[in-house]
Design a protein around this ligand. Structure first.
Ligand code: UTP
Length: 465
């Protein structure tokens, strides 16, 4: 039996014969493309995914929710001493090259609607520095401050891998040693219609979507990144997302608290603005730590308050984690076991009979925070939202390029005022045109310690670089 016949049989047996119904009308190159994708399909997994559409994702009938212990932003004396010790530990780990950095940039960025990898999007309030540029500057800053920075692992997906690598080449790796930058791609999964049939995006292509940021763990193992990290003596991975340029992956406090607690996976959180803010919060569900999605937290608990008046469930997840290399090895050694999340979407698909058309279907993802439940110990560190979390998700409105630029510029302005400096004029978007390169200072105290500083005049704005 030829390779094509075998595949046709396999697809038919799996109830997916329709994807080859137009086979004879395809050109040889198109046939080769489609064949290559079908060859890579995991038919066993496909059965599991089809089952999820039929049954829905199972949820326990009566769950208990308990808020996690949070290492707070406002600290008492004991916590301040603990934090000081942790900072030293975090600095030591970096100086000894024990920390690697994992940036997840495989998402589709559909809400932003930018044509290209999201990391190439420009967000510097004055310089127009790109998201990738901010992350690189922060890693370089860490190397200069603590010495011995570990490798940078960057997860892409099939759709943006080539463009991401080309951008790094074009930017000369932002001044990093290319040997310290390791690209790896996550797996793509087919989208299905509501009957579980594979959808096509073009005559010669399945409708494929990245398998969610939970796919990072599997991809770290299968790409050789984990082995690379071990060979380089890396013990901890600092995980962060492409869309928030203010994330601080080299933060010694976070690394140190995690290490001193002998934790396997830890998280940074910000205080929820209100009970109705639609963010996932960290909490224990039936005793296991995880991220509780907004809609999964019962109404009475969503607004419940502690005796001090604060929300009981206030620990908003910002997707900054530390993971031990050993923990990821353990999670992935015999097949990763993370729950599936099913997202229903309307997609533009190719139909062999009707051509392009809209179709309701489902995509499947796993989420990295679902691994928290398998972590023996875990630290939940509260950080200041304004200075550490300002993602670019939407094209306009909340969490957009405008809010991100304003958050950054207002933070920098606050540092300058605290230092006794003068502010530049407000720009057209209502915030002062001011920017501080992370290599100069990454937090208020560092900036104050360096004052007086000379700013470069850039179009009437102040650039501290
Ligand atoms: P989001 O959940 O914001 O998804 O990803 P997204 O795909 O980037 O954007 P939308 O929802 O289509 O608008 C949060 C982070 O996780 C990464 C993203 O690149 C971003 O850094 N991510 C998400 C992946 O790396 N892979 C995925 O499959 C999903």
């Amino acid at each position: 039996m030829s390779r094509v016949e075998t595949l046709i049989d396999r697809c038919r047996a799996a109830g997916q014969g329709h994807v080859l119904a137009h086979w004879d009308g395809l050109r040889p190159k198109q046939q080769a493309n489609l064949l290559a994708q079908l060859d890579g399909l995991d038919f066993e997994l496909l059965k599991t995914l089809q089952g999820l559409i039929r049954q829905g994702v199972p949820t326990a009938s009566s769950q208990t929710f308990v808020p996690p212990d949070v290492f707070p932003l406002v600290r008492d004396d004991t916590q301040q001493r603990e934090a000081a010790r942790a900072v030293l530990e975090g600095e030591r780990l970096q100086a000894e090259g024990k920390v690697g950095f994992v940036l997840v940039a495989g998402g589709q960025g559909s809400r932003l609607g930018y044509d290209g990898p999201k990391g190439c999007f420009e967000v510097g309030p004055l310089s127009g520095r790109t998201l990738f540029g901010w992350h690189a500057a922060r890693l370089l800053a860490g190397r200069a401050r603590y010495g011995g920075g570990g490798p940078w692992y960057i997860m892409t997906s099939a759709t943006n891998d080539a463009a991401t690598r080309a951008f790094f080449e074009e930017q000369d790796f932002f001044g990093m040693d290319p040997d310290d930058v390791f690209f790896f791609t996550q797996r793509m999964l087919p989208a299905l219609d509501l009957e579980g049939r594979i959808l096509l995006s073009a005559p010669d292509s399945l409708f494929l979507a990245p398998n969610g940021h939970g796919g990072t763990l599997e991809a770290l193992a299968s790409s050789g990144a984990l082995a690379h990290a071990s060979a380089r003596g890396v013990e901890l991975l600092s995980y962060f997302q492409v869309d928030s340029p203010v994330a601080r992956p080299t933060d010694p406090l976070f690394l140190g608290l995690h290490s001193l607690a002998s934790a396997q996976m830890s998280s940074k959180v910000v205080k929820k603005r209100s009970a109705d803010e639609k963010v996932g919060v960290l909490g224990l569900v039936d005793g296991a730590l995880g991220c509780i999605e907004y809609s999964d937290l019962p109404d009475d608990l969503r607004g419940a308050t502690a005796p001090n008046g604060e929300l009981l469930f206030h620990a908003g997840n910002i997707a900054n984690h530390i993971l031990n290399v050993e923990f990821v090895e353990q999670l992935t050694s015999s097949g990763l076991n993370l729950p599936w999340h099913v997202a229903r979407k309307t997609m533009q698909v190719f139909d062999p009979e009707e051509g392009q058309r809209a179709c309701d279907g489902v995509k499947f993802e796993t989420f990295v925070f679902d691994a928290l439940g398998q972590s023996k110990n875990s630290v939940t560190l509260e950080v200041d939202r304004r200075t550490e979390f300002s993602p670019v998700k939407n094209a306009a409105g909340s969490d957009s390029p405008q809010t991100c630029r304003a958050d950054m510029a207002n933070t920098f302005a606050e540092w300058v005022v605290a230092a006794g400096g003068d502010l530049p004029a407000q720009g057209p978007d209502g915030f002062p045109l001011i920017e501080v390169d992370p290599r100069v200072a990454e937090c208020r105290q560092e900036f104050l310690d360096l004052w007086p500083l000379q700013a470069e005049d850039l179009g009437g704005g102040q650039l501290y670089s």
